[in-house]
Design a protein around this ligand. Structure first.
Ligand code: B1M
Length: 213
């Protein structure tokens, strides 16, 4: 099977919510030497975006959304070690804490950003999803992280990012803050006083590198 056909099947596996197929196709893609970024961007991520659109159009309901996310995560579990192994610049660039803000359980994008940052030489403490504002601040202090990275996928949870920025500043913690996630923008980052915004996982790494340079 050529790589275009493989990528199409990857998208389909997520759209159909078929975790076994997603896992197998991720393995097949890596074994065939398809670039890991291509596997993600043109394969699985396109699939989950399509699921989001079907859900928005009322064609998919919550069970299909959940199955799509599970298939995406099954693929990610195979791909993550390849991202980590592919890290080029392995000298330690800095420490970061990362998580999805409280009230928000979307963790696929955050996990990608964490894997990419680790691959590029950051020491990343992944706090998971639905992370309380105070946990971000306490863990930053505890680990001495230079970077606080926050993901938000819901317009209703974005505001938590501002609360973290405010609490960090209030406590005099000098860490730089990067925000991201589908509803987040450079304007929002500016508005809440974050130091950087990443539109994608790759962009997040670039911003992180520039902030610790
Ligand atoms: Co939900 N969901 N969801 N969902 N979900 C969205 C976000 C939504 C846009 C769907 C839609 O309406 N089209 C919508 C939000 C609307 C809004 O607020 N504007 C929505 C909703 C409404 C909900 C629920 C409320 C549904 C309900 O229960 N009625 C509910 C909320 C639960 C909660 O969090 N409290 C919910 C639940 C779920 C599932 C659990 C079923 C599942 C998540 C499973 C999981 O993550 N473990 C899910 C999914 C899968 C989605 C969609 C379809 C896909 C999200 C995703 O994983 N994308 C999503 C629609 C969409 O985004 N198109 C949707 C792939 C991922 C790689 O992209 O996370 O954007 P993303 O990350 C990118 C960039 O944004 C960036 O890099 C990543 C890679 O390039 N990035 C960063 C991310 N974080 C970054 C941080 C950075 C920098 C860059 O710096 C720190």
């Amino acid at each position: 099977m050529n790589s275009e056909a493989l990528l199409k099947e990857m998208r389909e596996a997520v759209i159909q919510g078929n975790s076994d197929a997603a896992r197998n196709l991720a393995e097949k893609g890596l074994a065939a030497g398809v670039d890991v970024n291509k596997i993600l961007d043109e394969g699985f991520v396109k699939g989950i975006e399509h699921v989001g659109r079907l859900w928005e159009d009322g064609e998919y309901f919550l069970p299909e959304l959940v199955r799509g996310a599970e298939a995406m995560k099954a693929a990610l579990a195979v791909i993550e070690p390849a991202i980590l192994a592919g890290g080029q610049d392995r000298k330690r660039l800095g420490r970061a804490v990362i998580g999805t803000i409280e009230g928000d359980i979307h963790d696929i994008g955050k996990t990608l950003v964490a894997a990419m940052m680790t691959a590029y030489g950051f020491e990343v403490t992944d706090l998971g999803a639905d992370v309380p504002v105070t946990t971000f601040v306490e863990k930053t202090k505890e680990t001495g992280a230079e970077l606080v990275c926050m993901s938000a996928l819901l317009t209703t949870t974005m505001v938590g990012q501002k609360k973290v920025v405010d609490l960090l500043r209030e406590r005099g913690i000098p860490a730089k803050v990067i925000v991201g996630g589908a509803p987040v923008s450079q304007d929002w980052a500016d508005e809440i006083g974050a130091d950087g915004y990443g539109e994608s996982a790759v962009a997040a790494v670039e911003v992180a590198r520039s902030l610790v340079a």
